[in-house]
Design a protein around this ligand. Structure first.
Ligand code: ZN
Length: 369
């Protein structure tokens, strides 16, 4: 039996803790300060005197979701829209130099208001002169300088691109393997993961050779079996971004096949939609189009929840604090009415959102009327 001091107690909910463990009915989650202090079945957790009790009436308790691939993250209105929907962390996967210069100041400012989703920044996308991306390098030496400059601004990750072009662009020059390796080695020496923009299967091997950490898009054309095996063996996480492919008019059937094969082989998937800001084209909030397409590709609801919680926390490098509902972790919590394991649409039925231990959205009273 767990006894702990707590300011907030969620009771009478079904706990899906993000570890892919079986749901726990009639669970209790205790929060004190910004941390979870207990999570488990009601008979094993003592309700502390003085805690504010939220009776969830059978609703489902999930970790706050993490969208590992967005843009327009340097925008408080966007951050608040994500957090209200239960997406309590986003990773901005490429922003302008001005935003990155002000990154530390912006992060400090938004952290003061828990209604803002947590912003993780992959800085400015690195590429080569005349190519995709906006921070251009052409020798290993200036690749290292570019990464160190990004690191000095306080970025949480480094973003690189290997891209020939799409949507009217073509034959774009790409980083050499030598420069790519210089970028990745320098980033890793700084403790920064490397996220790689790629859309075509033929560039994936070079990214694996350079030891990148995640593919910011899963390619839309057929990945050879040998490449799939390498992705899985190297534990490189893949981010499908169905919304991106739909919006630039590229086919998603190959993407679905690649995703299904990776999942079948035990590969790791993280949730990300490449939110780009065009109203009607992206979900500002829970990325439901990507979630629906992951389901259509054969992922189970539990695998999709894992992709949006524990796996996503690993991709953004915050898995010690986020991604699962366990004692000691930061209290980022999404409560939804209904059972997302039966119907993923229930992820939209938000009852409660807690971010950094603060209730930032409470619809429980509304639902009881
Ligand atoms: Zn992107």
């Amino acid at each position: 039996v767990i006894q702990a001091q707590a300011a907030i107690a969620l009771v009478n909910g079904t706990l899906i803790d993000g570890t892919a463990a079986a749901p726990i009915p009639n669970a209790v989650l205790l929060i004190d300060g910004d941390r979870i202090v207990a999570a488990g079945p009601a008979h094993r957790v003592v309700l502390p005197a003085g805690a504010k009790i939220y009776d969830l009436a059978g609703a489902t308790i999930l970790p706050g979701f993490i969208d590992v691939h967005v843009h327009r993250g340097f925008d408080e209105a966007n951050l608040q829209a994500w957090a209200r929907a239960g997406v309590t962390t986003v990773r901005d996967e490429g922003s302008g130099a001005d935003n990155i210069k002000g990154l530390r100041t912006f992060q400090a400012r938004i952290r003061r208001d828990p209604r803002n989703a947590r912003l993780v920044s992959a800085g400015t996308m690195l590429g080569t002169y005349g190519g995709y991306g906006s921070l251009h390098v052409h020798t290993p030496q200036n690749a290292r300088i570019a990464v160190l400059s990004e690191a000095s601004r306080g970025v949480d990750a480094v973003k690189v691109a290997l891209e020939d072009g799409y949507a009217g662009e073509h034959d774009l020059p790409n980083l050499t393997l030598e420069n790519l390796k210089a970028i990745v080695d320098t980033a890793h020496a700084q403790g920064l993961p490397v996220s790689a923009h790629v859309t075509q299967a033929r560039h994936v091997e070079a990214l694996l050779d350079a030891d990148v950490d995640d593919l910011a898009h899963l390619p839309y054309d057929c990945l050879p079996q040998q490449t799939l095996r390498r992705i899985v063996a190297a534990d490189v996480y893949v981010v499908p971004t169905f919304s991106f492919y739909r919006n630039v008019g590229l086919p998603v059937s190959g993407l679905q096949m690649n995703l299904w094969r990776i999942v079948s082989m035990g590969g790791k998937v993280a949730l990300g939609d490449d939110y780009g800001g065009d109203p009607g084209h992206y979900d500002l909030g829970m990325p439901m189009y990507d979630i629906e397409m992951m389901a259509q590709s054969g992922m189970t609801p539990m695998q999709i929840i894992e992709a949006g919680t524990r796996n996503a926390a690993r991709v953004v490098g915050l898995d010690e604090d986020l991604g699962t509902l366990e004692a000691g972790k930061i209290a980022d919590v999404l409560v939804v009415d209904g059972d997302p394991l039966q119907d993923l649409q229930s992820l939209m039925n938000v009852s409660l959102v807690i971010h950094d231990g603060t209730v930032i959205r409470d619809e429980l009273g509304v639902q009881r009327l």
